[in-house]
Write a protein that binds this ligand. Structure first.
Ligand SMILES: *[C@@H]1O[C@H](CO)[C@@H](O)[C@H](O)[C@H]1NC(C)=O
Ligand SMILES: *[C@@H]1O[C@H](CO)[C@@H](O)[C@H](O)[C@H]1NC(C)=O
Ligand SMILES: *[C@@H]1O[C@H](CO)[C@@H](O)[C@H](O)[C@H]1NC(C)=O
Length: 296
C-alpha cells in the first residue's frame, strides 16, 4: 500500500489508518477530512447507490413530525405524490458535490451546512429567491445519506476505494462500489427476496425494538445542525479504516467473510442516515425552530 500516501496504514501492512486508534484520532480525522475529499475528481459515483439513498430517505420520512412532514410534502413537486425517496437520487444526476474552485474542502459536510441553512428560511416565510428550497431539501436528503457511506469519505489517493479493483464473489468490482452497492444488492438477493421494502422494514425493526433500540436516541443527539455532519464524516472515516480498507488488497476476492462482517455496518449506517436526516428536518422545519443560520 506504499503508493497510498494518505491512506490508512495498519500494522498488518494492509490498507487502514495511520491515525486510527489514538485518542486524537477523530480530531485528526476531521481535520484530515478538510483536506481529503474524494468527490471532486473521482470517476464514477461517490455515493450510496440508489438503493441506499431510497432506504435512507424512506426511513427518514417515516420519522418526521407533523410540521416537517407538511413542509416536505409542500416542497416536493406534485408528481412524486409526497414521496421524498423518489427524488433522493436526483442530485447525483444534476450535480456532483464538488468545489468549483478546485480547492479541496469539506465538501459533503459543507454542502449539508449550506442546504440546512437555506432550508431554515422556510419557516421565516420569506421565500428568499436566491434559494430553491425544493432543491435544498433534495440535496440535504441526498448528502445526509452520502456522508454515512464510509467509503464516501475515504481517501483521495485511491478515490474512496474506486481504484482498488477486486472481485466481489465472481464478478469484477472495486472497493468503493462494494460499499455503495454490492453489499446492499447481495443482502437484498440473499435475505430479502430482492425487496427493498422488506429490507427497510428489517432495518426499522432493529432500531425500534431490536439490536439498535438502545442506541437510536444517541444517533439523533446533535448540539448544532451545522457541526454534527463533521462528526458523521469522522465516523465514516473510522469505519472506512476499520472495516472498509482493512485486510483488503488490490486484486482480492471478497466473498462471504467480508460480506457477513460488513453488512451490519452498512445497514447501521443506512439507519443512522435516516434517523439523522429526520432529526435535521424535524429541527429545521420545527415550529419552534430557534436555530439561527450563521452567515454563509
Ligand atoms: C451552496 O449553495 C449554493 C446555492 O444553492 C450553491 O451554488 C453552492 O454550490 C453550494 N455550496 C456547496 C458547498 O454545496
Ligand atoms: C426548484 O427546482 C426544481 C427542481 O430543479 C424545479 O423543478 C423548480 O421549478 C424550481 N423552483 C423554482 C421556484 O425555481
Ligand atoms: C436486525 O437484527 C438481527 C439480529 O437481531 C440481524 O440478524 C439482522 O441482520 C438485522 N437486520 C438489519 C437489516 O440490520
Amino acid at each position: 500500500m506504499e503508493e497510498r500516501k494518505m491512506g490508512c496504514v495498519l500494522s498488518d501492512g494492509t490498507a487502514g489508518s495511520r491515525f486510527s486508534s489514538t485518542p486524537t484520532a477523530s480530531f485528526f480525522a476531521v481535520s484530515l477530512l478538510v483536506i481529503l475529499v474524494v468527490i471532486a475528481s473521482a470517476p464514477g459515483c461517490q455515493c450510496w447507490s440508489k438503493e441506499g439513498h431510497i432506504m435512507t430517505c424512506r426511513i427518514a420520512q417515516g420519522l418526521l413530525e407533523p410540521a416537517a412532514a407538511h413542509a416536505v410534502r409542500n416542497l416536493l413537486p406534485e408528481y412524486v405524490k409526497g414521496d421524498l425517496s423518489a427524488l433522493c437520487v436526483w442530485p447525483d444526476q444534476v450535480r456532483d458535490c464538488h468545489d468549483p474552485h478546485g480547492t479541496p474542502d469539506m465538501c459533503v459536510a459543507g454542502a449539508i451546512h449550506n442546504y440546512t441553512s437555506q432550508l431554515m428560511h422556510y419557516n421565516h416565510g420569506t421565500s428568499d429567491r436566491r434559494y430553491n428550497l425544493t432543491e435544498a431539501l433534495l440535496f440535504l436528503s441526498h448528502f445526509m445519506g452520502d456522508i454515512h457511506q464510509p467509503m464516501h469519505v475515504g481517501f483521495t489517493s485511491d478515490e474512496g476505494g474506486n481504484t482498488i479493483d477486486l472481485r466481489w464473489f465472481k464478478h469484477k468490482s472495486n472497493l468503493h462500489h462494494v460499499w455503495d452497492r454490492e453489499i446492499i444488492l447481495t443482502a437484498l438477493a440473499d435475505y430479502y427476496g430482492k425487496s427493498m421494502e422488506v429490507f427497510q422494514a428489517d432495518i426499522e425493526t432493529n432500531f425500534t425494538s431490536g439490536i439498535w433500540s438502545e442506541d437510536v436516541s444517541s444517533w439523533g443527539d446533535c448540539d448544532s445542525l451545522f457541526s454534527c455532519p463533521k462528526k458523521y464524516a469522522s465516523e465514516s472515516i473510522s469505519l472506512a479504516c476499520k472495516w472498509g480498507y482493512k485486510g483488503v488488497r488490490h486484486g482480492d476476492i471478497l466473498a462471504d467473510d467480508y460480506f457477513n462482517s460488513r453488512l451490519p455496518i452498512v445497514t447501521r449506517r443506512i439507519a443512522q442516515g435516516g434517523v439523522r436526516l429526520a432529526m435535521a428536518l424535524n429541527r429545521v422545519f420545527g415550529e419552534h425552530n430557534q436555530e439561527i443560520p450563521p452567515p454563509t
